[in-house]
Design a protein. Structure first.
Length: 95
């Protein structure tokens, strides 16, 4: 995956300097960067969802939404951090 954010330093930079948007279920951190591409990371902690299958389901749903909206994110690094269990929400309500 070439759009993936890697490295603790990059995560910390985005957390510190990025703009934070919050909903009851998700925190999103956005930092403007390279104008021609975008990168993203999806964080689903064990403390929020205990089962690996459920965490992966949430990641797949969020990744699908991020990739479909990639044109809107162009020039940004985005971290989507899940705050609550989203496995009970439908895909349409996540969108």
């Amino acid at each position: 995956m070439k759009n993936r954010i890697q490295g603790e330093r990059v995560f910390q930079l985005i957390y510190r300097k990025g703009k934070r948007l919050s909903t009851p279920h998700i925190h999103t951190y956005i930092l403007r960067g390279e104008p021609r591409q975008y990168s993203y990371a999806i964080v689903v902690p064990n403390s929020v969802v205990s089962g690996a299958g459920q965490r992966n389901l949430i990641r797949r749903r969020i990744r699908s939404i991020v990739v479909k909206n990639g044109a809107l994110l162009r020039g940004s690094s985005v971290i989507v951090s899940v705050r609550r269990d989203l496995s009970k929400l439908s895909f349409l309500s996540l969108k």
